[in-house]
Design a protein around this ligand. Structure first.
Ligand SMILES: NC(=O)c1ccc[n+]([C@@H]2O[C@H](COP(=O)([O-])OP(=O)(O)OC[C@H]3O[C@@H](n4cnc5c(N)ncnc54)[C@H](O)[C@@H]3O)[C@@H](O)[C@H]2O)c1
Length: 248
């Protein structure tokens, strides 16, 4: 079985580094054309340059998704130029961890703005064309934290749990148009987001993971490539847990 995304265009948020960059590399290797959206201009240019150097068709869009109006305008300008994106991967995400008693309204709001809100306004923007084309793939990057909870992450877990309700509901709305809506829920993956974890913490974590290792960004990217593929045409409303058995 070979995944072939030739002729497909994918928009990936948070595509500059970490899991987003790995998803970009995988989808590009399957032949997809990409638009990588990120607020980190330098990291984004570096990732785009690396992928383009390998022969991929990749464009960069520097935008901050906490500003929906500006981001939507930029996305619309891109689609006017290059055509519609029928694969959407909402991957950008942040943490602002704190115990609930100490959590500020700003910490709560920012995590909502980055992790959850774009799922509404960006999906709404792209799904229109997917409906017209009678084909589409919407994939959200969730987290096992949204499935099992984690102290200090009420804000983050709330956004990731919300993804489950979102994909199941939208999957029922748009399934008749050949559009699938799924999520991937990573466990602990080695990326800049988790680089704060130290030796002893990592050892304790590994004890809780059936496969006894942290995941790699590629582990998540392979799951996303599958969900974006023709082979996954009958998979929708699903949250695929990719956690090495941390959660089961
Ligand atoms: N790393 C893990 O262990 C892990 C586990 C579970 C879920 N996840 C999820 O995977 C996704 C990617 O995580 P990662 O580990 O690669 O994180 P990361 O911090 O390495 O990368 C996130 C990317 O999103 C971009 N981004 C953040 N805020 C943005 C904004 N306002 N506008 C535009 N871009 C923005 C960042 O610039 C960065 O390039 C996130 O949704 C995260 O919640 C990660």
């Amino acid at each position: 079985m070979k995944i072939d995304l030739t002729g497909r265009k994918a928009l990936i948020t948070g595509g500059a580094r970490g899991i987003g960059a790995a998803i970009a590399a995988d989808l590009a290797s399957c032949g997809a054309e990409l638009l990588l959206l990120d607020r980190e201009a330098e990291a984004l240019q570096a990732t785009v340059a690396e992928l383009s150097g390998g022969g991929a068709a990749v464009r960069a869009l520097v935008a901050d998704i906490t500003d929906p109006a500006a981001t939507l305008a930029a996305v619309q300008a891109e689609t006017a130029q290059s055509g519609p994106y029928l694969i959407l991967v909402h991957n950008a995400g942040i943490t602002r961890d704190n115990l609930l008693m100490r959590m500020t309204q700003e910490e709560w709001d920012l995590v909502m703005k980055v992790n959850l809100q774009p799922l509404f306004w960006l999906t709404k923007e792209l799904v229109r064309e997917m409906m017209r084309e009678r084909w589409g793939r919407i994939i959200a990057i969730s987290s096992v934290t949204g499935l099992m909870g984690n102290p200090g992450q009420t804000n983050y877990a709330a956004t990731k749990a919300a993804v489950t309700g979102f994909v199941k509901s939208l999957a029922r709305e748009v399934g008749s148009r050949g559009i699938t809506v799924n999520a991937v829920a990573p466990g602990f993956i080695r990326t800049p987001m988790t680089e704060k974890l130290q030796g002893e913490q990592i050892d304790r974590l590994k004890d809780a993971i059936a496969l006894r290792r942290l995941g790699e960004a590629q582990d998540i990217a392979h799951a996303v490539a599958f969900l974006a593929s023709e082979q996954a045409a009958y998979v929708t409303g699903h949250v695929l847990n990719v956690s090495g058995g941390l959660y089961m």
